[in-house]
Design a protein around this ligand. Structure first.
Ligand SMILES: *Cc1c(COP(=O)(O)O)cnc(C)c1O
Length: 432
């Protein structure tokens, strides 16, 4: 009935998340409110972990891509589950360090890391600095030398795979700001240079071919291409690449018509490709890393809003205005991303209308969606937007000086605040 497995209708006809009445959550904590189901987050992590155990003999590590949803409590949960983290800025790294995460299990990404970021990553002992370009390699060699620390790196490779996803998130092809191209020989030259570096040790290679991908074929293809490159490095440079990071990008269900591949199936299919390619090339099977972000966080989250105005424009559309919008969820404005919405206090009723859900920012494009099937919504109703656990809070802004919502985690019938609602004083905190 709903896109996420933890959602249901309770005896009051209200939407329940993880068995908890969402209308009560809205009353208790106020709106807008991000709600994340900790049990579902943990289950999603365990599905990825167990798929590596089952299909690849446990020879791999899941690194949660924290940019999907990052706060100290989320990092603590990943630590508790024994997995690593993918971070893309000093801010995400700092959050993870403060949450007590093990930096050896981290991947530090970014196409333009600053010297400050590289220094901090070295001091923290980040296990995999994913080097994106030659100037970064040169700077890292120098900074690591000054600090007398060996930098443990991987190279970000563009394997040239078109993942048939939204153009904005397609990153595996040549025209991308991320990584070294294979076809042009750029990646091979970089490997040669790294092998001769004194303060850098090349542990592995990385690729990430896009996001919200529903096909398995591009993942299989990418793995094949990467293993071919590992074989070339072994044959021509006599250097063994021990680790292969295959990135994230696994698709999830935002709408009922979406039909994502079960997470386990990715690892099953990709493991087969890795094993058969290694046998074919005569190379040792690498340790595998994967970096799911959206697929761990998105299905676990919903956002609760209160309806303000209802504006019916005859023969055109009906606007339902809510007390949040692009500040807490910019994804429709950015990508025209679609969501399922429910009137939480009428969740048992039919969706009889198609409406536009509008935010409160001074932008006509500040919408959560258009043509959204919804129960009849009026002022005072609570609207839940589903599967907002990824790239909502983490992409939120204070546009129009609107304070960011709180984040509440629910678990086993209990709820707790893990990120406090911003106050008006938070809004002017850095103003002189
Ligand atoms: C964004 C990103 C991920 C996670 O992507 P999802 O689509 O959220 O799974 C993983 N690795 C890298 C390098 C990324 O940039």
């Amino acid at each position: 009935m709903f896109v996420s497995e933890n959602l249901s209708v309770n005896e009051k006809g209200h939407l329940a998340a993880g068995g908890i009445d969402t209308v009560s959550l809205a009353e208790q904590y106020g709106t807008p409110l991000y709600v994340m189901d900790e049990n579902l987050i943990r289950n999603n992590v365990r599905r990825f972990k167990s798929s590596i155990d089952k299909y690849y003999g446990g020879q791999g590590l899941v690194c949660y891509a924290s940019k999907a949803f990052c706060c100290k409590e989320m990092c603590r949960i990943m630590k508790d589950e024994g997995i690593g983290l993918d971070v893309v800025s000093i801010g995400e790294l700092y959050t993870a360090v403060k949450a007590g995460c093990d930096c050896e299990k981290m991947c530090f990404h970014g196409n333009n890391k600053t010297d400050e970021e590289l220094s901090y990553a070295l001091e923290c002992g980040v296990g995999h600095i994913i080097v994106d370009n030659i100037s970064e390699l040169i700077r890292l060699e120098e900074i690591a030398g000054e600090k007398n620390i060996t930098a443990k790196i991987m190279f970000r490779i563009k394997p040239g795979i078109d993942a048939h996803t939204h153009d904005f998130v397609k990153t595996g092809q040549i025209d991308s700001k991320f990584g070294f191209a294979l076809e042009t020989g750029e990646a091979f030259e970089a490997v040669k240079q790294a092998v001769s570096c004194k303060n850098v040790i090349l542990r592995g290679l990385h690729c990430h071919i896009g996001s919200q991908i529903f096909d398995i074929a591009p993942f299989e293809e990418a793995a094949k291409v990467m293993l071919g490159f590992i074989a070339k490095i072994k044959n021509e440079l006599d250097y063994e690449i021990k680790e292969l990071n295959l990135g994230g990008g696994f698709g999830i269900k935002y709408l009922n018509e979406h039909d994502p591949v079960p997470f386990e199936t990715y690892m099953e299919k990709v493991s087969q490709v890795v094993k058969s390619s290694c046998a074919e090339y005569g190379i040792t099977q690498p340790f595998i890393l994967i970096e799911p972000g959206r697929s761990i966080a998105a299905p676990a989250g919903i956002t609760l809003y209160k309806v303000g105005a209802r504006k019916e424009i005859p023969n055109i559309r009906t606007y339902i205005s809510i007390d949040g919008g692009m500040g807490d969820n910019p994804r429709y404005a950015l990508y025209k991303s679609e969501y399922e919405a429910v009137v939480a206090d009428k969740a048992g009723e039919e969706r009889t209308e198609k409406v536009t859900i509008a935010g409160k920012c001074c932008e006509s494009g500040d919408l959560i969606g258009e043509n959204m099937p919804l129960q009849h919504a009026e002022s005072g109703d609570i609207i839940a937007v589903c599967a907002t656990g990824a790239y909502n809070y983490s992409m939120s802004s204070n546009y129009n000086r609107i304070p960011k919502p709180a984040v509440v985690f629910i678990k086993d019938g209990q709820s707790r605040v893990v990120v406090k609602r911003e106050t008006l004083d938070d809004i002017i905190r850095n103003d002189i």
